[in-house]
Design a protein around this ligand. Sequence first.
Ligand SMILES: [Zn+2]
Length: 348
Amino acid sequence: MRRLPQLSELIMHDIRIIDDRPVSNGGPMRAVRHWLSLGLSVVLGVFIFCGCGPVQSDRVREGEESKKRIIATTSLIGDLVGRIVGDTAELSVLIPPGTDPHGYHFSPRDFVLITKADLVFLNGAELESQLNVLIRMARDRARLLSDAKGLEPLRMGGACGNGHHHHHHHHGAMDPHFWTDPHRVKAWVRYIEQEVRAADPDHGPLYERNAKALLKELEDLDRWIEERVSRIPVEDRILVTDHYVFGYFARRYGFREGGALVRGLSTLSQPSARDLAELATLLDAEGVPAIFVGVDVSGELAERIAEDLGIRVIRVYTGALSPPGGPAPDYIAYMRYNVNAFVEGLIP
Ligand SMILES: [Zn+2]
C-alpha cells in the first residue's frame, strides 16, 4: 500500500523554509504572532488531516493526483484561473465569496491546501496582508499577480496634502485593487495563462484557447462599461467609497475619487470623528448623491453620514464575488453589477 502523505514532513519542511527567511515587515511581536498562529495551524492541520474520511479507491486517487493543485487567494482571482484551467486542475479558493480580503486570517484548511499546492495565485501588493506567512511558505510556487507584465500599478502617497482628495503618486503604497479595471485584468489573464501552461504543458493548447476567449470577453466588457458610464455627465462621475478601492476603475473611465470613509487602500483602519466630519462637509459641498460601500464591510458609518445629508448608501461588490446564485458570482457579473450601481446612483 502506498505510504500516506507526509504532511508532518511537509510542515516541518515548510517551517524550516519560514525559519530561514526573515520576517519582512514588523518587529518581534509580529514574528511571535506569526509563530503562534502557525503553531496553532500545525496542530489543527494535523488533527484535521488525521481525521480524514473514508479511504478513496486507488482509481479515484490516481485520477485526482494527476491533476495540478492550484490555489487562488481571492474569489475574483479564482474565477479567472478557473476560466483558463477548466476542470483540468483541482482549484481551491482560500478567501470565501463575500469576505473582505484585507482582514482575512488564514484557517487550518488554508494551511493544509498550501502545503499541497503546485501553484498559488495571489493578488499581492499587500491585499492579503494577513496571509504573509502562507505566502512565504508557498515561496517558489507562489505567483503574485501584482508582478504581471504591463500592469502599470498606481501608487498612493501616505499623507495627502489637504486630506480631502487622495492622489495617486509614483511613490508610496501600491494600490492592490487592479481588478477594478478590466484592461489590467487582461494583463493578469496573460500572466495566469503563461504560468499554468508552464506547470501543465499537456493542456497548453486548451489554456491558450480559454485565455483567448476570456480576453475577448474582457474587451467586450470594457466597451460595455464605456457605453454605460457615458450616460453619467462627466462632472457627476464621482466615487465616494468605504476605502479607496476603485482607483484603477476611476482612472480608466474618467471618474474622480471624491473621498472615502477610511482614507486608505485597505479596510483595516478606523476613521476618526474629524475625518468623518470633513468627509460629510465635502460631500455636502460637492452635492454627491451616493456613497458606495462594499457588501463585505459594515455600512454603519456611511449610513449615519448619508442620513444626515439626505443621500443614499449603495452597496457594491469590492474585494470578493458574491456566493454562487448571488448577483456577482463571476468577474464579468461583478463588474456589470458595480457599473450599474454607479450609473443608478450618480445619474441626476
Ligand atoms: Zn480593498
